[in-house]
Design a protein around this ligand. Structure first.
Ligand SMILES: Cc1ncc(C[n+]2csc(CCOP(=O)(O)OP(=O)(O)O)c2C)c(N)n1
Ligand SMILES: [Mg+2]
Length: 547
């Protein structure tokens, strides 16, 4: 049946199962917006394109199916670039659709004309201009394939205004399942021999282990082999349960308590480690544990990461094959239990300290109290991220969304909005610094308009705290990192949200609890005492003697 480009685009998106599009349109998108109005896809309007791209990326991260965002040409499309890089480094499937002026005739000369397809090239898996309406079904199908298949990431499609209005008759292409290749038996055998020969094996779960579809296989692998495990920051929560075997998160690259366990290991099974992450440990040329790498594609060799052997193929199938072959024959190193207790003991220190302003350990302890096991905490980027990565325990996959890849500020609130749209029944908490929050705080209006039940915790130190801390660690004078804040309570209230300010540490749990129970959008501002950054992360860990 003849139709036009914009209708065909929207039909192709429906064909892929798209339920919502995050975006901020321009005049070049008006036909697409009209096609969306007539479709069953929800348009989630945002107040900045960057926020829309973070939301779409988070949808991809949480569901495994690409999230979609829409913007105009030039300035709007350029605002997608940070979200594109976020999804590219973070391996989150996403489709960005941007408008463009008519390509067959140009009545506006070069007004707003930017080579967006070119600008997107280094930060996407694929970037294409759609040059004919009849190409839409194939281009869209291919975009979803590319965005979804391992290693997932962003794809950019540019739809010029005249192509959106062009007549089209091409039929839709049905989606086909992506079947991931499985590792060879020979590769599994080599890994099995190495693991059986090891006296003190450890499992490390990295970012690519944290895909929604892998939870069962990985949890099962850990349960069946009984090998203790730790994770990278972005591998956090990939294994459900098995808490006795969990040693901790490698939030730093060296010298943390978890590194005592890593140094004790003679073999590390690195599942899905993606070197976009800050290294969870550093490999030397001829020292340290041997590493068996398990991944969808072979590991990038870095100075600090160069595995001894690899098992390449679908991670779920590989770990199942390994568990079948290993049975219960793996050496269990007793010392890991003692190390686990020691690590946990250190992490529990000062968790109930009631000094005010609140110290990070207490903040994380209290957040864990009000967020149920399946509740989702979405972090922005700042000093508290290291504390959350180290101290916040997760037992359910994808319940702590942090970005240790692009590590951009500004994604905390948008990612929480997206998580809440996907899982309206779960408690969702955004945790932001006063710097990061203000980078996309305008999305408070989006959250209020969508009538979400969402709590935003803003950690106040009136500074770019993390950089201020690094400045001090590097013995630079304290300079250029402090700022003033709006009155966060009044600011939240002006959006129609509910603002709260914590005035004593004991108020934190009741205030958060009440905010979740009451529903609606709440902002809770909490002053933080960051002196623990230096005391624990520099002095204590710097002086740690291994033994
Ligand atoms: C978009 C962006 N700009 C700058 C940085 C560098 N950076 C990393 S953390 C940080 C400070 C964050 O400040 P805030 O959000 O207040 O959190 P705090 O560390 O104070 O808790 C900065 C400037 C970044 N990661 N992303
Ligand atoms: Mg700050």
């Amino acid at each position: 049946m003849p139709t036009k480009g914009s209708d065909l685009l929207v039909k192709a998106l429906e064909n892929e199962g798209v339920q919502r599009i995050f975006g901020l349109p321009g005049e070049e998108n008006l036909a697409v917006v009209e096609s969306l109005r007539k479709s069953r896809i929800e348009l989630v309007l945002t107040r900045h394109e960057q926020a829309a791209s973070f939301m779409a990326a988070t949808q991809g991260r949480l569901t495994g199916a690409p999230g979609v965002c829409l913007s105009t040409l030039g300035p709007g499309a350029l605002n997608f670039t940070t979200g594109a890089a976020y999804a590219y480094l973070g391996a989150m499937p996403m489709i960005m659709i941007t408008g463009q002026k008519a390509i067959m005739s140009a009545r506006q000369a070069r007004f707003q004309l930017v080579d967006i397809v070119g600008a997107m090239r280094p930060i996407t898996k694929m970037t294409r201009q759609i040059v004919s309406a009849d190409a839409i079904p194939a281009v869209v199908r291919d975009a979803f394939r590319v965005a979804t298949e391992e290693r997932p990431g962003p794809v950019h499609l540019e739809l010029p205004e005249d192509i959106a209005g062009e007549d089209a008759a091409a039929p839709l292409i049905p989606p086909h399942p992506i079947l991931r290749p499985v590792a060879s038996g020979a590769a599994v055998k080599v890994a099995v021999e190495l693991i059986l020969a090891a006296k003190r094996p450890l499992i490390m779960i990295g970012a690519a282990g944290n895909r929604p579809r892998l939870v069962e296989a990985l949890s099962d692998f850990v349960r069946r082999t009984q090998i203790p495990f730790f994770n990278t920051q972005m591998g956090k929560g990939a294994v459900t349960g098995n808490s006795e075997l969990y040693l901790g998160t490698a939030a730093l690259s060296e010298r943390d308590y978890i590194h005592e366990a890593i140094e004790h290991a003679d073999l590390i099974i690195a599942i899905g480690h993606d070197t976009v992450e800050k290294p969870p440990f550093l490999m030397g040329p001829n020292c340290g544990p041997r590493v068996v790498y398990i991944g969808y594609a072979s590991a990038t060799v870095e100075q600090v990461f160069h595995p001894d052997t690899e098992v390449i193929g679908d991670i779920g199938a590989t770990v199942t094959a390994l568990a079948d072959a290993l049975q219960q024959r793996v050496h269990a190193a007793a010392k890991f239990t003692a190390l686990r207790d020691k690590i946990r003991g250190h992490l529990a220190e000062r968790a109930e300290d009631d000094r005010f302003p609140v110290i990070p350990q207490r903040l994380i302890h209290d957040v864990r109290r009000v967020v149920p096991e399946d509740g989702i905490v979405c972090l922005d980027n700042g000093m508290y991220k290291i504390w959350f990565a180290r101290n916040y325990r997760t037992t359910v996959a994808n319940t702590l969304l942090l970005d240790n890849a692009l590590a951009t500020m500004g994604a905390g609130l948008p990612s929480a909005i997206s998580a809440k749209c996907i899982d309206p029944d779960k408690r969702v908490l955004a945790v932001c610094g006063d710097g990061g929050f203000m980078m996309n705080s305008q999305e408070m209006e989006t959250a209020v308009r969508l009538k979400l039940d969402l709590v935003v915790l803003v950690i106040e130190d009136s500074a770019y705290g993390m950089i201020r801390w690094k400045q001090a660690v590097d013995h630079f004078p304290d300079f250029g990192m402090t700022f003033g804040n709006p009155d966060f309570v009044a600011y939240a209230n002006s959006y129609g949200a509910h603002g709260h300010r914590i005035k004593a540490t004991s108020e934190l749990i009741p205030t958060l609890e009440k905010a979740f129970t009451e529903g609606g959008v709440h902002l809770v501002a909490v002053p933080v005492d960051y002196s623990e950054n230096m005391r624990v992360l520099v002095e204590e860990l710097g002086n740690r003697s291994i033994g």
